[in-house]
Write a protein that binds this ligand. Structure first.
Ligand SMILES: *[C@@H]1O[C@H](CO)[C@@H](O)[C@H](O)[C@H]1NC(C)=O
Length: 374
């Protein structure tokens, strides 16, 4: 009896350890991912963080600053997108955190917000599980200077059962304080997309993708694959040089479901996927073109390619949300057909000419079209 009574809590403890492992990584902000818990006053010299464990839940190295919202830099006021604090990574500075519960071989995406603070090209090296990607924080796509970025990797768990994710500024600027501000670091497990009998396109509705910070008005930029091989948008690759923006129904108009992509970099930002086809067979590529309800007004044009066949779809946008369906019938020339979408040109928001915008793409399908008999 006494032994049983003792065993209870031990078993419960064991079960909890196991359920924690089984539950894995929770989608959302990392512990203290918004940096609202900061160093003690004694661990700061001005804004500079002293010591490597001064920001709760994080390890830091190099010139890291803890920046309260409203901090002045010269005559520039630094704005923090979420809460009251962010960090700034100066020359060779990095922040790291160890994540428990990652499943080896599973794909995860990291989302974080970043803003440039000096008038120079700034880059961040994101790494986890021996994989890394160099992201350019050069073009601000949103008016307040902040953008969110996504990066994905395949987890390899180390001997302690953990994965370390790191954000590093490899820059060597004259002013050591120059460097991007970082806020709101979040993670999300990515489910592998499947093609169905009805649609040869994987994740054609874009519902599977990186974590979007609730309430952010600028979605998440998905950088081009120049950055990395693992796409944070399962099934899809971002081609060319620039990013596309992943948007959610919370802050944008989305034609169907909860998520879509905004093609905001003209011909320089294309999304693509290779689908399996039977040479000689007829197919229909159908998709929805619309606007994200973000004051992107005027004549928007999406160009769609299926192999060598293409169509230009014009959409008159009032910038208030709306969509139309389009179809490109094609005959497959090979066992694999590349489908590609991009916006014909750049647009800017009518209420903010410094913010890029573009047509929204959603609900992409490729179906085999069988010739009618008789
Ligand atoms: C980025 O960081 C990773 C991991 O520390 C490193 O292996 C890689 O060389 C870095 N890349 C660049 C361009 O600095």
């Amino acid at each position: 009896m006494g032994r049983l009574a003792m065993a209870g809590p031990v078993i419960l403890l064991l079960l909890c350890t196991m359920c924690r492992l089984a539950l894995g990584i929770t989608d959302g902000l990392l512990p203290n991912g918004n940096f609202e818990r900061g160093p003690l006053p004694s661990q700061l010299r001005g804004t500079r963080v002293l010591g490597s464990s001064s920001i709760p839940s994080w390890q830091t190295s190099g010139f890291v600053e803890y920046i309260p919202s409203g901090q002045k830099q010269g005559d520039m006021l630094l704005v923090v997108p979420e809460g009251a604090y962010a960090v700034r990574l100066g020359n060779e500075a990095s922040i790291r955190q160890r994540l428990r519960g990652a499943a080896p071989g599973a794909r995860y995406s990291l989302t974080f917000s970043a803003a440039r603070t000096c008038a120079q090209a700034e880059r961040l090296n994101i790494s986890a599980s021996g994989q890394s990607g160099l992201l350019a924080i050069q073009t601000t796509y949103s008016s307040n200077g902040w953008d969110s970025y996504a990066w994905a990797w395949v987890a390899a768990v180390d001997s302690s059962g953990e994965v370390e994710v790191s954000i590093h500024n490899p820059g060597v600027a004259d002013d050591p304080a120059c460097g991007p501000l970082i806020d709101s670091v979040a993670v999300k497990a990515l489910n592998p997309p499947r093609r169905t009998n009805r649609n040869l396109v994987k994740n054609g509705d874009f519902e599977e993708g990186p974590y979007i910070l609730p309430g952010t008005k600028w979605g998440v930029l998905i950088p081009s694959r120049v950055v990395d091989d693992h796409s944070p948008l399962p099934g899809w690759m971002v081609e060319s040089l620039k990013a596309v923006r992943y948007v959610d129904g919370g802050s944008f108009a989305v034609p169907r479901g909860r998520r879509a992509v905004e093609l905001l970099a003209g011909r320089e930002g294309a999304v693509a996927q290779v689908v399996r086809t039977v040479p000689g067979r007829r197919y229909a590529l159908s998709f929805t073109v619309g606007d994200a309800g973000n004051a992107c007004r005027g004549s928007l044009v999406v160009e769609a390619y299926a192999g060598r066949e293409s169509v230009k779809v014009a959409y008159e946008s009032e910038g208030k949300g709306g969509a139309r369906r389009a179809v490109l019938p094609f005959r497959a020339a090979a066992a694999r057909t590349r489908i590609v979408f991009f916006s014909s040109f750049y647009s800017t928001r009518s209420d903010d000419l410094s913010s890029l915008c573009g047509p929204v793409l959603d609900d992409v399908a490729v179906v085999s079209v069988r010739a009618k008999r008789g």
